[in-house]
Design a protein around this ligand. Structure first.
Ligand SMILES: *Cc1c(COP(=O)(O)O)cnc(C)c1O
Length: 401
């Protein structure tokens, strides 16, 4: 008996935690079936190599048609689609439904002609990031932290991308990028009020280990930089990228936090579970960011499944974003009431950790503004107490001091 307990506790945490997470959420998805069908000559080793995944991204409509029956809305008109390029890793494509064009994962990555429609209030840079950019590739909006846009490339382009104006440049010229990074580092060095650097893009985890290590070590050498954060969708769209080697690079730069982008519970596969397990085992606190999208994840059951599923893989839901009014995004946007309903449907009904902060990133550079359902009903008639409502709709009084 004692021996059994000993063996259990000797098991590496990665094994135990990941196995449990997998058991709790049995994944019906099998990327190996997809691989055997569409890439019969590709070995599991190649498939699980992130470089193979990147090299074999689907980037054109004719290639995509090999895997997916395009609907009329998805078939490009003579003008093509919008400005945002197409890119889907073979792994993520294995999650795309081949015939149902309304499937959430499919809608989030397959372009439609709605992207050509410019609606009221839409802009290329609705958040005014360029106006808050002291040097190219850096956004300094808040007093104590900066956003460093380390690359324009992603492995998969989300059709609702807030940076669709600038992402997609895969002809990476390392020299140019390097010069831009040096200027960003110089800015951070000369602004000691910056204690938090958020590395985003593009997706920074599409960079090779060596380049990431270079950037992280330069940032760590700046005494005023307390924490470093990375924003990435890689664990959802290219989980093969989270190699032991990458993790051993990242863990050298603690305190390091990672914000992961997740859209739908279908993304919580065994591959993604393992990737997040590795990062969490390396002591990296994981948060998630989700964009509220019409017909994709804008209902309570979907969001509950996503956020509870994220907790099982040790990711804490951090922000739920109202969709930014980028050009050609009207078909994705929901009324703000929808987001408030979702928060109301979660708070109190499930684990508090599963409830992210719902925010609008204010157009024009106002930054993230939190939105909450109305739980405070105001003072009672006699003025002796504050009236509150709870998650079940009951009214409660808190004595006014
Ligand atoms: C979101 C964002 C940050 C980080 O905001 P937190 O609320 O600290 O996560 C920093 N700079 C910019 C420009 C941002 O958009």
């Amino acid at each position: 008996m004692k021996k059994a307990i000993l063996i259990e506790s000797d098991e590496p945490p990665s094994q135990a935690g990941v196995q449990r997470a997998l058991r709790l959420a049995p994944s019906t998805h099998s990327s190996s079936t997809f691989r055997r069908r569409y890439f019969p000559d590709v070995s599991p080793q190649q498939w699980n190599d992130w470089r193979w995944q990147l090299a074999n991204r689907v980037t054109t409509i004719p290639e995509l048609e090999r895997f997916v029956d395009l609907s009329d809305e998805e078939r490009p008109t003579f003008k093509g689609h919008g400005i945002l390029p197409l890119s889907i890793t073979p792994y993520y494509l294995s999650l795309v439904h081949p015939t149902d064009s309304s499937q959430p994962i499919r809608r989030s990555v397959v372009p439609t002609h709605h992207e050509q429609l410019l609606s009221r209030g839409e802009a290329a840079d609705p958040l005014g990031e360029e106006d808050d950019s002291p040097v190219p590739g850096l956004v300094h909006r808040y007093p104590d932290r900066v956003l460093l846009l380390a690359t324009n490339a992603c492995s998969v382009y989300c059709r609702y991308c807030t940076r669709s104006r600038r992402v997609g440049n895969h002809g990476r010229r390392d020299g140019l990028l390097q010069a831009q990074w040096e200027r960003c580092l110089e800015y951070i060095r000369s602004h000691p009020q910056v204690r938090d650097v958020l590395i985003s893009g593009g997706d920074p985890l599409t960079l090779p280990d060596k380049r990431l290590q270079w950037l992280l070590s330069r940032l760590r050498a700046i005494p005023s930089v307390e924490i470093i954060r990375i924003g990435t969708k890689v664990p959802a769209v290219l989980p093969q990228r989270i190699t032991r080697e990458l993790v051993s690079v990242l863990r050298r730069f603690h305190p390091l936090w990672i914000s992961l982008h997740f859209t739908h519970p279908d993304e919580l596969t065994s591959e993604t579970t393992r990737a997040c397990g590795r990062l969490a085992d390396a002591g990296i606190p994981l948060g998630s960011q989700t964009v509220l999208l019409q017909g994709i994840n804008d209902d309570v059951p979907t969001m509950r499944a996503l956020f509870q599923g994220l907790l099982r893989i040790r990711v804490r839901p951090y922000y739920l974003y109202q969709c930014d009014p980028i050009q050609g995004s009207a078909h994705f946007r929901t009324p703000v009431e929808r987001g408030l309903e979702i928060i109301r449907g979660l708070r109190g009904h499930t684990t508090g950790y599963a409830v992210p902060t719902y925010v609008i990133d204010a157009p024009g550079g106002g930054g993230k503004i939190p939105l909450l359902p109305q739980y405070c009903l105001g003072p009672s008639a006699d003025g002796d107490s504050l009236m509150l409502t709870n998650y079940e709709g009951g009214t409660f009084h808190y004595p006014t001091p």
